[in-house]
Design a protein around this ligand. Structure first.
Ligand SMILES: [Zn+2]
Length: 341
């Protein structure tokens, strides 16, 4: 069987949003040696490529792409209050998207059984015509367009477990039933969207599932949500591809998020998604790094997911013990969604 793939490259360190910015190059620096540490028997390292303009255009306007390109002429440019670029940012942005697409190509070709794109900057807040929340281009959304266009995918599941709601990804497919967007996030919190009542529109109604969690949720609550909402909904959708916006800012040590997830919790969530991919999608699952701002927590959590990727991917027994406090929220989300599923 093909090995799992990891995309990572020192080029990703060159996007520098400025001193004291949480989305800093060190986030990737601590991950650079992981593939080697974990051993080439299990993992292959894939070099990224730059995304083509037409690939970025599947999700962003030409004017917006031009605006980001123009930032490479100045040392510092603030696209929004917290999305700041340097001269290399546009190039690194293209490489972040292209790195993920390279991974998807390898999985589609059977060269990789699954994989993790460890890239930056993150992408899930980026809107069609606007940068937002550290994000330049919406990598996971461009990835979903890519597997539809090139590999005939008809049902793409995007699971987003970043602590922030992926408003840009939700927007990209709000009226589109070929992409199921499932998000667990702290709520109310940045960016403000992601209420349970946001379910999609028109033909896409029911194909956005938001689970707005109160601050303080840990492994038990997340695994309960996965067991009772994520897995059952995904089973009915029967995805032919699974893309994961894997942000590690729900980790208990994260300075931005207010959640209590541990690295084992992320591993268990990953295992459940890998099992879903093996059942429905021929194993085709690609993880994409979004947030995660405590360096040790980030590294340990990525290792935990990578270990699940190479393993037998059995969902373990962490199951739905505890976390009863969010049972009313789970019932409410299921009630809102029941007319669609
Ligand atoms: Zn985040």
């Amino acid at each position: 069987m093909a090995r799992s793939a990891v995309v990572i490259d020192p080029e990703y360190l060159k996007h520098d949003p400025g001193e004291f910015h949480p989305e800093r190059p060190e986030r990737l620096k601590v991950l650079l040696d992981l593939a080697a540490e974990l051993g080439s028997k299990s993992f292959q390292l894939l070099p990224p490529r730059a995304a083509l303009r037409e690939e970025i255009e599947s999700c962003h306007t030409a004017d917006y792409i031009e605006l980001v390109r123009a930032t490479s002429k100045t040392n510092r440019y603030a696209l929004d209050g917290d999305t700041v670029t340097c001269r290399d940012s546009f190039g690194v942005g293209l490489l972040a998207v292209g790195g993920f697409l390279r991974l998807l190509d390898a999985i589609a070709a059977g060269e990789a059984r699954n994989g993790f794109a460890l890239v930056r900057p993150p992408g899930h807040h980026a809107l069609r015509d606007r940068a937002m929340g550290f994000c330049l281009f919406n990598t996971v959304a461009i990835g979903a367009h890519h597997v539809r266009r090139h590999y005939g995918a008809e049902r793409v599941l995007i699971m987003d477990w970043d602590v922030h709601h992926g408003n840009g990804t939700q927007d990209a497919f709000y009226q589109d039933r070929s992409v199921l967007y499932l998000s667990t996030h702290q709520y109310p919190y940045y960016p403000g969207s992601g209420a349970a009542e946001e379910v999609g529109e028109g033909g896409g109604a029911g194909y956005t599932v938001n689970v707005p969690l109160p601050a303080g949720c840990g492994d038990e609550e997340y695994l309960r949500v996965f067991s009772e909402i994520v897995v059952p909904t995904a089973e009915k959708f029967a995805p032919d591809w699974i893309l994961v916006s894997a942000g590690f800012d729900p980790h208990r040590r994260d300075p931005l998020g207010g959640m209590n997830v541990t690295e084992s919790g992320f591993g268990a969530m990953a295992a459940m998604l890998i099992a879903l991919a093996e059942k429905h999608a021929g194993g085709k699952i690609a993880f994409l790094l979004e947030g995660g701002y405590d360096l040790a927590a980030l590294k340990n959590s990525v290792v935990s997911v990578l270990e699940r990727m190479k393993g037998e991917s059995m969902a373990d027994g962490l199951g739905s013990h505890g976390g009863e406090a969010i049972e009313p929220l789970i019932r409410r989300v299921l009630r809102i969604q029941e007319q669609y599923w």
